[in-house]
Design a protein around this ligand. Structure first.
Ligand SMILES: Nc1ncnc2c1ncn2[C@@H]1O[C@H](COP(=O)(O)OP(=O)(O)OP(=O)(O)O)[C@@H](O)[C@H]1O
Length: 304
């Protein structure tokens, strides 16, 4: 994060399709320079929310501001400060990478020079390649380039890495971090926990149109009961009552003699002394932090 002034402000946003409210009193603000994640299960209202921020949908209630501008009333001005990732269907298969970059640069009064942008995104060797034959990862790089070509202060990336292989996904993450390091604020819609945990400074968890939690990834994880996971195979059976009495214990699982406990640092310390007292060795002892995945399931009760 490079500063703390909000560049995107959403308060009590409401949007319905027909009689169905799909975004319900959503409020959050995004500081300039941060990567802000919107995370939630399918159909939670993530895309609708960011489309209201982009001015592509008219809210039924509430207030949205981007750099102080109303995305609907001041739409032309908002497009100068906000860059949005295109959907695949919006580019013609026959267009080359160079043509797409030139075409989109022509839409802005002060576009970025597309050549260094293409270089940074690893597209220089693909300038004469037609969009239709680019790989998924190359397409995503082009979409990021097109979203950045107007020199925006905020960029909205919606499910950027869906369909990419793990290598291409990681490359894309590095590009997003590079974009942020250059001072561009990123609003990232995703349902990949690992992506949100790695990239986002803060995350709004949306479920059924409502924000259920808003915190840093670590903050969300530490709200989870059992934010420390301890697993081990004891050299001799442990007394169930001794295990149940461990402090801050949130869960116990015994699978074929391998025990997994959800707890806290306190649980680990108490377990180690319990084992020492009974001269039991913990084979293959692993202590790990819970992941955002665990927090997500705990905080939304969602099934992915
Ligand atoms: N144009 C529309 N008309 C009617 N219903 C819509 C429209 N667009 C979205 N919806 C519905 O609104 C709800 C929220 O959709 P939205 O695309 O915002 O969710 P999402 O969280 O982005 O989901 P996903 O992760 O599946 O992309 C869904 O139930 C969806 O079917």
């Amino acid at each position: 994060m490079t500063s703390t002034s909000p560049i995107v402000e959403v308060s009590n946003l409401r949007k319905a399709y027909g009689v169905r409210t799909v975004v319900d009193e959503v409020s959050f603000s995004v500081d300039e320079g941060e990567i802000f994640g919107i995370l939630g299960p399918n159909g939670a209202g993530k895309t609708t929310t960011v489309e209201c921020v982009e001015g592509l949908r008219v809210p039924d209630g509430g207030r949205v501001r981007v750099a102080g501008l109303d995305p609907v009333a001041d739409h032309a001005a908002v497009t100068q400060v906000l860059g949005a990732q295109l959907q695949e269907s919006e580019l013609q298969a026959k267009l080359t990478v160079r043509e797409a970059l030139e075409l989109y640069a022509a839409l802005y009064p002060n576009p970025a020079d597309w050549r260094p942008l293409a270089e940074r995104l690893g597209l220089t060797g693909r300038l004469n390649t037609r969009f239709g034959v680019l790989s998924g990862g190359q397409k995503q790089r082009l979409f990021i380039a097109l979203a950045l070509i107007g020199n925006p202060r905020v960029v909205v990336l919606d499910e950027l890495t869906t369909g990419l292989d793990p290598r291409a996904r990681r490359d894309t993450w590095e590009i997003v971090e590079d974009v942020r390091d250059r001072g561009v604020t990123v609003l990232l819609v995703t349902h990949f926990m690992e992506e949100a945990q790695r990239l986002c400074d803060r995350i709004a968890l949306i479920d059924k149109g409502r924000i259920t939690a808003l915190d840093t990834p670590q903050g969300l994880i530490s709200r989870t009961a059992g934010s420390t996971i301890i697993s081990f195979t004891p050299s001799a059976p442990l007394d169930d009552a001794d295990v149940a009495a461990l402090p801050a214990l949130a869960s116990v699982e015994n699978k074929d003699g391998r025990i997994t406990l959800g707890g806290s640092d306190e649980t680990v310390t108490a377990l180690l002394s319990l084992l020492a007292r009974h001269r039991i060795t913990a084979h293959q002892l692993r202590v790990t932090d819970a992941t955002l995945d665990d927090a997500f399931l705990d905080l939304t009760g969602a099934t992915q």
